[in-house]
Design a protein around this ligand. Structure first.
Ligand code: SAH
Length: 570
């Protein structure tokens, strides 16, 4: 059982007064911990007490003040700092729970909201100490929440040993970079706020306000901060510890764009501002964020502006850094084209403004994602060389996989056909003919499932009419003999599966046959987005239960590969 967990916090204890009750080696250790955090320990032990030698030394050195008295309640309220009314900041009782006074001190402290720690008596503590590793400003603390301090200390040692040397220095250096960026940004904002009376000392030209706008500064600021985020997130720790002044200078400089102090007045903004502007058209996979490619993940971290399609799943959107502006397509029935145009226009404006714009699409950008149209559009606007297209895991192939359907199962199917159920302007596209060894995946089809199934399994009245017309014009299709269309129909008992929200926590798979699928969806309801898979491969790994028209499987069994590996190791 997991039991409770604690809230871990870091306390700034400088100037705090810690009361350490006792005189044993533990009291010495508590005084040492208190001192290392910049606090002032006050030792409370009667004159007759025999101080541990380390403690005696600290008292002799003047680091620890020894009040030669036994504990009295009033000590809690008189030995503390003046600015908090002399209440002590924390109390360490080192004599353990068997000592009668421990419970008394603990109660008194708890009642007065004074943090208290009693050695080996978790029920008397309002806080416990972590097993800590300290390297400069970097501190790592471990607790097992009462399951053993030896274990915690071993874990802490292992963690510390796995870290590269000098990580503390790297924290210092990166902290400096962060501060520098913030200072520069602050200067720029001040300058901008000053209007025409800009401070000459930061070297602006008189035309400063004409050249640099608030938006430019924000862009620059975001870019640099994002760079720092990138470094912290992606650079191997070893590389981080090797970072030097030159690296920092180079990187700050390379990201210093139109808005930064030194470059103000340079021609970048006045002239062509496109600079490093580009568009990344990337697929985000079917739903689960672990199905993003590394390339798309990097693009998400790096982009200055993200324009996402409506279907891009929440788990993926959650990966977007907080400061990155995101626009989600306002696609709703009747607005698809307008929404698409809106996003494309925003993308163009972004790129021209020097931004890295990420067009985030669901699945794979070129599989019914209008990706080709977008690239064409950007080309038509002279931005062809600014476009990068990144693939994504398409739902057309991953949804069958997550439903245990191998679409090219040997001896069952040797081809996959990916179709849309919705044609241009809402008209149904020509239905695919039956091929026994084919697995057909229909996207965007479930909203008109009954029409689709009808097309697959029966001849339509319109077909005969078309044939007749063609006959009249003497352009008889090779497949047509007389008035009988020879489109081969799908047998009604062909296995099929409806897979919805593949790879999402609420994934659902309905397994059935073509003649039952419409009824199944009517009864079970729909949960978009979903797709239909048709063909004998559907039941290769999922033999239908006798006497049941369909089966429903709820939930996604997860992609937590680390869990799987843990299980394997156990
Ligand atoms: N580019 C996307 C497809 C866009 S068309 C891709 O490669 O996956 C949108 C259609 O994709 C939806 O109507 C649905 O049929 C299908 N789809 C998208 N995500 C899905 C998912 N997680 N589960 C099942 N079908 C999905």
């Amino acid at each position: 059982m997991a039991g409770h967990i604690s809230m871990l916090t870091a306390t700034d204890a400088r100037s705090h007064i810690h009361l350490v009750v006792g005189s044993n080696p533990l009291a010495a250790a508590r005084c040492a911990q208190s001192l290392s955090a910049g606090a002032s320990p006050v030792l409370l032990a009667p004159e007759t007490a025999e101080l541990h030698y380390a403690l005696q030394k600290r008292v002799d050195d003047g680091d620890v003040k020894w009040i030669k008295e036994a504990f009295q309640d009033s000590h809690l309220f008189s030995l503390g700092r003046e600015d908090v009314g002399h209440v002590v900041d924390a109390v360490y009782v080192t004599s353990g729970s068997r000592d009668q006074s421990s419970a008394h001190i603990s109660n008194l402290c708890k009642r007065n909201r004074i943090p208290v720690n009693v050695v080996d008596a978790p029920h008397l503590c309002s806080f416990t100490l972590l097993s800590t590793h300290t390297d400069g400003p970097l501190q790592i603390g471990v607790t097992t929440n009462g399951r053993g301090c030896k274990l915690a200390s071993r874990i802490r040692r292992e963690i510390a040993a796995s870290l590269p040397q000098n990580l503390g220095d790297a924290c210092l250096r990166l902290g400096d970079v962060r501060r520098k960026i913030q200072e520069e940004d602050h200067l720029l904002h001040m300058a901008l706020a000053d209007g025409d009376d800009v401070d000459d000392s930061i070297g602006q030209s008189a035309s400063f306000n004409k050249l640099v706008t608030e938006a430019d500064i924000d862009a620059a600021k975001n870019r640099r901060m994002r760079w720092l985020g990138q470094v912290c997130e992606y650079w191997p720790l070893k590389r981080l510890t090797a970072i030097n002044d030159d690296d920092v200078a180079t990187i700050l400089k390379s990201y210093e764009i139109a808005g930064s102090a030194e470059s103000v007045g340079k021609s970048t903004l006045a002239g062509n501002s496109i600079g490093r502007g580009r568009i990344i058209l990337a697929g985000s996979g079917p739903g689960h964020p672990d199905l993003l490619t590394q390339a798309t993940h990097k693009a998400i971290q790096f982009a200055d502006l993200i324009l996402a399609d409506k279907l891009v799943p929440a788990g993926v959107l959650d990966l977007i850094p907080r400061r990155t502006p995101v626009q989600i397509a306002r696609k709703f029935p009747g607005n698809a084209d307008a929404a698409q145009n809106e996003l494309q226009e925003m993308a163009i404006a972004g790129v021209r403004g020097g931004k890295t714009v990420l067009r985030l699409k669901q699945g794979d950008p070129y599989v019914y994602g209008r990706g080709g149209e977008e690239v064409e559009y950007f080309r038509n606007h002279g931005l062809g060389d600014r476009v990068i297209v990144l693939p994504g895991v398409t739902s057309a192939l991953s949804a069958p996989l997550f439903a245990s359907i191998p679409p090219t199962q040997r001896d069952v199917a040797d081809q996959i056909l990916i179709c849309t159920g919705t044609g241009k302007k809402g008209k149904p596209p020509a239905p695919p003919e039956y091929v026994a060894s084919q697995t057909v995946v229909f996207l965007m089809a479930l909203h008109r499932i009954s029409g689709l199934v009808e097309e697959l399994t029966t001849f339509l009245s319109t077909e005969t009419m078309v044939v007749k017309e063609e006959q009249l014009q003497d352009t008889v299709d090779a497949k047509v003999i007389g008035a009988e269309p020879r489109r081969i129909l799908w047998p009604k008992n062909t296995p099929c599966a409806v897979i919805e929200r593949a790879s999402c926590p609420d994934q659902r798979v309905i397994r059935t046959t073509l003649d039952k699928v419409v009824e199944a969806i009517e009864q079970e309801g729909s949960r978009p987005p979903g797709l239909l898979v048709v063909g004998r491969a559907c039941d290769f790994l999922n033999k239908p239960e006798k006497g049941r028209s369909w089966s429903v499987e709820e939930g996604f069994r997860g992609l937590d590969i680390s869990d799987a590996l843990d299980l394997g190791a156990a």
